[in-house]
Design a protein around this ligand. Structure first.
Ligand code: SF4
Length: 327
């Protein structure tokens, strides 16, 4: 049994103060990932600051953007009329994640902070640089079927597990975080990081910072958008490969495109070159196939995940076809 302190915070300031002087303190809200990690001895925080009473649950329209509080539940966001009307892509992605029970507990901030599901990370008898820096990477020469094909390092080849975050990257969202010195804004695409030489760090949040909200700018990407996820079973499974696709169109001509992939990298993987290749083109399977080829440039497989090199482009094409109404 891990010993830890527990305290409740009712304001953002109290929550941030709760982390002061304790590098091993963590926030807890829904606890759908952290409690599992504590039970398995993968994470051992010395203090938990319960932030469920901090008023950060609002989902609202504010000056040309939608603001989603960090403590809004995944299910509340997925079913909210504003999200269904303006960003159905986000709703689709949320509903593709986890189970209904977990979506009813998990928060937006917690979804962003969840850890990889690499099995070596969860098994404390096996080496893992993310869990224990310097111990090695069991997946590199091990069972790496679920692992990354983009942005890997010799230290870690894990993938980011969230579906929600893939849609938020495609929608050009930003993250608002608060710390002792005030608030700062981070482009969602820059919030999560690649493993490099510090695979233990999943994101750029500082130890004393807290996620306050996510903002999505108003855009015209709602009508032609689709989240396509391929997984081992129909629900409650992480992505082998997923793609968030959104298009703005003039008739059959693509004016602008957004593409992001899940299940392929340590962070949501934005496909900017492929997006640029689609602008000005007429929608067709051939056009989408060419964009998918561009998107897959630089992909590198390991022993058991080479199937992702074929699956990836097919999922991109299917997501785009669905977004464009070709199926
Ligand atoms: Fe650990 Fe990353 Fe290697 Fe998995 S891929 S064993 S998380 S270092």
């Amino acid at each position: 049994m891990i010993q830890f302190q527990y305290e409740r915070a009712a304001t953002t300031k109290a929550a941030i103060n709760g982390l002061a002087n304790s590098t091993h303190a963590k926030f807890i809200a829904g606890g759908t990932n952290l409690v599992d990690l504590m039970k398995r001895n993968v994470m051992a925080p010395t203090k938990l600051v319960d932030i469920n009473r901090v008023p950060l649950k609002d989902i609202q329209q504010l000056n040309g953007k939608i603001s989603i509080g960090a403590l809004a539940l995944n299910s509340q966001v997925a079913d909210h009329p504003l999200i269904l009307e303006k960003h159905p892509l986000l709703s689709q992605a949320l509903n593709a994640g986890a189970s209904a029970q977990i979506r009813n507990m998990a928060t937006v901030g917690g979804n962003m902070m969840q850890r990889t599901r690499c099995p070596y990370f969860y098994d404390t008898a096996l080496p893992c640089n993310k869990r224990e820096p310097g111990s090695g990477c069991g997946a590199l020469e091990g069972v790496n079927r679920m692992h990354a094909i983009f942005g890997t390092s010799e230290q870690c080849i894990a993938v980011h597990p969230s579906d929600m975050c893939i849609a938020l990257v495609a929608l050009d969202a930003s993250v608002i975080v608060a710390g002792p010195k005030g608030e700062r804004r981070i482009p969602f695409e820059e919030f999560h990081r690649l493993p490099g030489n510090q695979p233990e760090k999943d994101n750029v949040l500082q130890n004393n910072e807290m996620i306050i909200s996510v903002e999505i700018p108003d855009n015209e990407l709602s009508k032609n958008a689709h989240y396509f996820k391929v997984r081992d079973r129909a629900s409650y499974a992480f992505a082998l490969v997923s793609v968030a696709a959104a298009l703005t169109m003039d008739g059959k001509v693509i004016r602008d495109a957004r593409l992001a992939m899940g299940g392929v990298a340590h962070k949501p993987w934005r496909l900017r070159e492929a997006e640029r290749s689609l602008a000005g083109k007429t929608v067709s399977e051939e056009t989408f196939r060419q964009a998918a080829e561009i998107a897959m440039q630089g992909a590198k497989a390991f022993k058991y995940n080479a199937f992702k090199l074929k699956l990836g482009p097919n999922v991109i094409v299917e997501a785009l076809k669905n977004a464009a109404g070709l199926v």
